[in-house]
Design a protein around this ligand. Structure first.
Ligand code: SF4
Length: 147
């Protein structure tokens, strides 16, 4: 039988560790089931631990110290963006009479619109001042490029 290597080996090990549930699995059992010697097995387990995918707990079995390995749920990244309705309402496009005709390459073009640019500049200033959520844009609603 060809011994899996690299990512495939990690995937197999993780499956075994995960399927062992809360009880975990002794590292020597894991190595044996994967057909690894202690050197290869130690490296694999340390790699997984370094990635934060498993936890190792020292235990004593038959008078010998070893490790019990458990799967850890990968940390999730929670990103929260606070958006105030006031901020959204202040975007000049929402009240612009030219919204329907506005687009790249048109006479009213968001890339060159002075109202949108001014709003963005104020927004940036407010964000860099740490007061982004309290920004009130004083751009008059409906005012757009007219010439
Ligand atoms: S003209 Fe300016 S304010 Fe009006 S919709 Fe286009 S980008 Fe927005």
């Amino acid at each position: 039988m060809v011994k899996p290597s690299g990512e495939e080996l990690e995937r197999l090990a993780l499956e075994m560790i995960r399927s062992s549930g809360d009880d975990g699995i002794l590292q020597s059992d894991l190595w044996r089931r994967l057909g690894l010697d202690s050197r290869e097995g130690s490296r694999l387990v340390l790699r997984l631990a370094k990635k934060g995918l498993i936890k190792r707990e020292q235990v004593v079995v038959n008078g010998r110290r070893t490790y019990k390995i458990r799967y850890t749920t990968p940390p999730t990244l929670e990103l929260r963006v606070l958006v105030s309705l006031d901020d959204v309402i202040s975007i000049p496009c929402f009240t612009c009479p030219y919204l329907g005709q506005c687009g790249p390459g048109n006479f009213n073009d968001p890339r060159t619109c002075p109202l949108l640019e001014r709003w963005l500049q104020r927004r940036l200033q407010a964000l860099s001042a740490g007061d982004g959520r309290r920004l009130r844009d004083s751009v008059p609603a409906g005012a757009a490029r007219h010439s």
